[in-house]
Design a protein. Structure first.
Length: 343
């Protein structure tokens, strides 16, 4: 990676190199098709010498740097001045200015939390002053459910800060330490929701049938529904997160490895039914509709649904969950002989 500063850099202390802390990847163009950038804490040569020499290094400076990942060249305006060390921390990258260009959000021992875009500019209202040493990566997401992102950070003194932003919540570039809810540090891993963590609207157009013949482990399930994602969801990917289908408190978990991506969604096919836990789910299809909802179809056989045996009508809570998107609906079933079906 380059070490000589770009002509628009704000620091006099060069050359610069990556230093303490951790990095983050992002497309800083805001287009979704721009070159991938790598941002990380950095330090100038004078700052590095100041650690080991007694004499004062006049131009000693700490930096946050951003490079084009494929070429190793600095982005315009980088490395960028930081007030002090970014010890044990690293950047989070998300839109916090509402432009919607992503910003590199980074704090340091210098008490300020900065937000720099690809050119090194900060949005109105930034930086944020905390009066304490930042010892954790900032986290960006919808804390209060208003559909806008908040920025959360912690200082060594034990103070927690949350700031509102004007940026709509949604899929962000690198919204927390190690990128995603699984802490993979992998840019391509689905983040999980960065906004509201629960789908608050029930699945609609529910059609279901439970075939309950006499005997054990020979029941069948057919389910059809429309699933709409909650505001703030960053989308679903059963190929990465799997799918859980629940009837009241009993759930069938379908592994991510069983899903095959298709042009308009995903398909799970297992004629043996042995892949789900518990066994029995043989097919699941999630098809994306033009309005952004998903048509969901699930089938299973040789199930144990004996808890629904009887003669009375029933109301069953049906749930669908993948990643951090979760929807439930109370579905009324009518008894038809041994079987149950929605009206």
């Amino acid at each position: 990676m380059a070490t000589d500063a770009d002509a628009g850099s704000t620091t006099p202390d060069t050359p610069s190199c990556a230093a303490l802390g951790e990095g983050a990847f992002a497309d800083l163009s805001g287009s979704g098709f721009g070159p991938l950038a790598f941002a990380a804490p950095a330090t100038g040569l004078g700052r590095a010498l100041a650690v080991v020499l007694d004499e004062q290094q006049v131009n000693a400076d700490d930096h946050v740097s951003a490079w084009v990942a494929t070429t190793g060249k600095y982005l315009p305006g980088y490395p960028h001045h930081m007030e002090d060390l970014q010890f044990l921390t690293g950047p989070s990258i998300a839109d916090v200015g509402g432009t919607p260009l992503p910003e590199i959000v980074e704090g340091s021992a210098g008490y300020f939390l900065h937000a720099y875009d690809a050119s090194g500019a900060e949005p109105t209202g930034w930086p944020k002053f905390t009066g304490g040493w930042h010892v954790a990566n900032a986290a960006i997401g919808d804390v209060d459910g208003d559909g806008l992102s908040e920025v959360v950070t912690l200082t060594r003194e034990g103070n927690l800060y949350i700031w509102d932003t004007s940026a709509p919540v949604g899929s962000q570039e690198w919204p927390k330490k190690r990128h995603d809810l699984r802490n993979t540090g992998n840019y391509h891993t689905p983040q999980g929701q960065t906004g509201s963590t629960v789908h608050n609207g029930p699945p609609s157009a529910m059609r279901a049938r439970l075939s309950l013949p006499a005997g054990t482990n020979n029941d069948r399930l057919r389910l059809r529904a429309i699933l709409a994602l909650a505001a703030g969801s960053d989308g679903i990917d059963p190929h990465a997160d799997g799918l859980s289908v629940s009837l009241d408190s009993g759930a069938y978990d379908l592994p991510a490895s069983g899903f095959t991506p298709r042009r308009s969604g995903w398909r799970y096919r297992d004629p043996t039914g042995q892949g789900s836990s518990p066994h029995g789910i043989t097919k699941a299809i999630l098809k994306r509709q033009r309005d952004g909802t998903f048509k969901v179809s699930v089938s299973g056989r040789d199930l144990d649904l004996s808890r629904y045996d009887g003669t009375d009508d029933r109301t069953i809570v049906i749930g669908l969950e993948t990643g951090n998107d979760h929807g439930t609906a109370n579905a009324p079933f009518r008894r038809a002989g041994h079987n149950l079906r929605t009206p």
